[in-house]
Ligand binder design. Structure first.
Ligand code: AQP
Length: 348
């Protein structure tokens, strides 16, 4: 059975990279797979409270991500939208995976190195264990496909390693418990399309990120039309006109990024966009990109504002989703516990 799982952290500043690299794809996939889309609040708290805004910020950001899912068109009646902390099995399975994963595997994770910065001694233990929690998120639902941005590729590989090691370590017990093959699937990343790595508008070598100190580096979903136009007008570019084919973008990171944005927003290929804009100067292309961005983003932002104005309604959708997620999670966790040999009899 195939199933999609993915998540977004409620750390504020939801941007065009999060939308095009992840949330827009989430909405598209609901037509082909049963999907679970999680607001990963347990991941958010791996960073200091100042990053996620403290308790009030966390709650508001959680509702904002849920609203972004809904505004992007994910249907909460047919798919599962929920926040991670309402299903305690995520933390439970993550503990087990902390005991399956090896220190050496986690030591290689580049996201930890980037987020911990120079002061590794002062990073939370949770930040180091972030990838094992992510593996638990996915495998708790025995998900087979995971749509993510390019930056999450390494974590997906680690998830597969954890699944494989669990399947090997407990192979006999898995069989004794009546499972023919491996217990966990090896989930596949879905990293496709022209916007798997949206870059900063100020620096074509850095990815667009929530935590960049420059507001001009990113377009956030709630930016108004004037702000979007201004950020795109000020975006870094080179002096050459656009090439007529995507190959001509090689070595022109900023140009490549803007053409990629146009392609992703209009559901076209880069080559197709360049058929129209090849030979154009940025003074022509940038206003067209700004107009397209506003046309695609403004309705989503409006809908997000409408939804978050009624926090109770968003919370009800999250609780309902958590209820449905827990049904799967409880069953899987019970099976995993039996495979590992935890004695249980208590109803829960
Ligand atoms: N620039 C990006 N381009 C394409 N996809 C991106 N994603 C993030 N940045 C880009 C994808 O968005 C999903 C959710 O990301 P997240 O909330 O888990 O957090 P993140 O990766 O930490 O987001 P940021 O913006 O990169 O935050 P900071 O500043 O903290 O580093 C994921 O699927 C991710 O791949």
């Amino acid at each position: 059975e195939q199933r999609v799982f993915s998540g977004v952290q409620p750390t504020g500043n939801l941007h065009l990279g999060n939308y095009l690299g992840a949330i827009k794809r989430f909405a598209e996939l609901q037509h082909d797979y049963p999907c679970l889309y999680c607001v990963v609040d347990l991941h958010a708290i791996t960073q200091p409270p100042s990053v996620w805004g403290g308790p009030e910020g966390l709650a508001a950001n959680t509702r904002e991500v849920a609203a972004a899912y809904l505004a992007a068109g994910i249907d909460p009646k047919t798919q599962i939208i929920f926040n991670q902390s309402q299903v305690p099995q995520h933390a439970e399975l993550a503990w087990l995976f902390n005991c399956v994963a090896r220190m050496g595997w986690l030591n290689r994770m580049t996201q930890f190195k980037e987020k911990a910065g120079k002061d590794k001694e002062n990073a939370s233990v949770g930040l180091f264990a972030y990838p094992t929690l992510m593996a638990a998120d996915i495998l708790l639902y025995r998900a087979t496909h995971v749509p993510v941005g390019d930056d999450q590729k390494q974590h997906l590989e680690l998830t597969r390693d954890i699944a494989q090691k669990f399947n090997n370590d407990f192979a006999d017990s898995i069989e004794k418990n009546g499972f023919e093959d491996a217990y966990f699937p090896l989930p596949e990343p879905l990293i496709t399309g022209p916007a798997t790595r949206v870059m900063s508008l100020r620096d074509g070598s850095k990815k667009m990120s929530k935590s960049d100190p420059s507001d001009y580096s990113r377009i956030v979903l709630t930016d108004d039309a004037d702000t979007i136009a201004k950020k795109i007008r000020k975006a870094k570019t080179d002096p050459e006109p656009l090439p007529s084919e995507a190959e001509g973008l090689d070595g022109r990171a900023e140009a490549e990024n803007l053409v990629g944005l146009y392609a992703a927003l209009s559901d076209r290929t880069r080559d197709d966009v360049l058929k129209e804009y090849g030979g154009s100067a940025f003074s022509v292309f940038k206003p067209a990109l700004a107009e397209l961005t506003v046309a695609k983003i403004a309705p989503i932002a409006d809908e997000m504002r409408r939804l978050t104005a009624d926090p109770g309604a968003v919370d009800a959708i999250l609780s309902d989703g958590a209820e449905k997620a827990a049904e799967i999670a409880e069953k899987v966790m019970a099976e995993v516990s039996a495979i590992v040999g935890f004695v249980s009899g208590r109803k829960r």
